[in-house]
Ligand binder design. Sequence first.
Ligand code: ADP
Ligand code: MG
Length: 537
Amino acid sequence: MQKGAIRVQTENIFPIIKKFLYSDHDIFLRELVSNAVDASQKLKTLASVGEFKGEIGEADVTVSLDKEKKTITISDRGIGMTAEEVDKYINQVAFSGAEEFVKKYKGQGDGANIIGHFGLGFYSSFMVSSQVEIFTKSWKPDSQAVRWECDGSPEYQLENTEKESRGTDIVLHINEESEEFLDEHRIRTILEKFCRFLPVPIKFQGEQINNTSPAWVKKPSELTADDYQAFYKELYPFAEPPLFWIHLNVDYPFNLTGILYFPKITKTYEIQKDKISLYSNQVFVTDEVKNIVPEFLMLLHGVIDSPDIPLNVSRSYLQGDPNVKKINAHITKKVADKLDEMFRTDRKSFEEKWEHIALFVKYGMMTEDKFLDKAGKFHLLEDVDGGTFYTLEEYRTAAAAVQTNKEDKLVILYATNPTQQDSYIAAAKAKGYKVVKMETMVDAGFINQMEHKWENVMFTRVDADIADNLINPDAATQSVLSEAQEGTLKDIFTGQVALPGVKVELKGLGAQDQPVIVTRGELMRRMKDMAAMGGSA
Ligand code: ADP
Ligand code: MG
């Protein structure tokens, strides 16, 4: 028997990293700036625990471009590296110093908010460079500055050098195929995309390109409605103000922050998906949040930030990732809770917003059972007259007496086009029926599904043959009552009723008192049967 360690051949792994690690070459800048930010944050952590006693000074990151020399340089004033550290963190591919640091300083200062995880990011620089140099000087007292150099082959050089200030300069000698990156506009665009909300000032051509404390990293209690609106404007300068928003803020069992905005969705609204950006510790990752955000919430706008979502892996992997699943479920719950709270605390204003949120509430009820359970409380049916809204239970209470069918199901009458179906609506109303609007693009599917998902409910279009489906309670009740001399209809629903052959105890007509409603349907049927037999059971 033989035991041993598998030896990874760098000759083989380099081309793989270069070609396949990232399909998008832009991200070399994200990775290098992230490392520079990490180095700056680590220094702050060391200062906060008293290990670093010097002056931090301005811990910013500078990106500069030299077209003549064909270089891009990323400079920071962070912790820097000693020769040993370069050997450990740079020469050993996939040995992540970030992870080691986080383990050591977890819970202290900014120690946990480190971007790096995988120990591969630095090597993305070889996607665009024929040669990479590192000039670095550690924060440790009396450190010797070192220079590292590599041309993308497994051979490197490491030597002492002169460097005045603490920190690291990464110099990329841009290769021929990547000269597109030697362009100010291109660099600025990439920085604005990936680095817009990084926590350390990032400077390019003398200007700071980022907002270091975006709204989502602050505590909800520190923010006013104006702050949320202003942040929305920062994200989408041309969009109409949002209806409302949810601030996500979880740190256990996974990390998740963010703000989700609800846009006004009118009938003419052009649905824009992919308006939620995913960040990881304030580094932009992607606009494609499918699998992370439940599909029905893709209509929302905003930002979610979670270092617990694996970044550089395939979509299909994401789907199965347990953290992603938990995050997905959490967002669904948060949205449902928020809507529920809005409904309970200010129903009037919730009703006013209903037209804008109906679409995705319904879509959510159709596609996510967990959401369906909660949405039952705040999903609204709007009367064709407009301005009157019922929850399902309220509709049941208001309509069941006259809109119950032979199978004891509540029959929800709806109009798909109230103007065209006007005469049918009038006829239905004359009979005391309640007709609701079902006009949005998801309604046909919604009706279809809710007939299965809601118990004892069926939908009938107002211009269909309604009478055939309904029992005729008025006639039935009247004849039974006159025979049995049992008082008014009101008494039947509020008190003990003893009809010949029927013993039913009714406990009032409370909106929440659902069992009554079922009993009442039963009662209706029995009464109708009795009426047919002439009232003598
Ligand atoms: P990761 O960031 O995922 O750890 P990287 O390949 O990006 O992996 O970087 C490897 C390691 O090299 C980092 O963890 C860090 O220890 C070190 N490093 C890279 N860039 C810098 C820098 N600018 N200053 C200090 N250390 C750095
Ligand atoms: Mg990194």
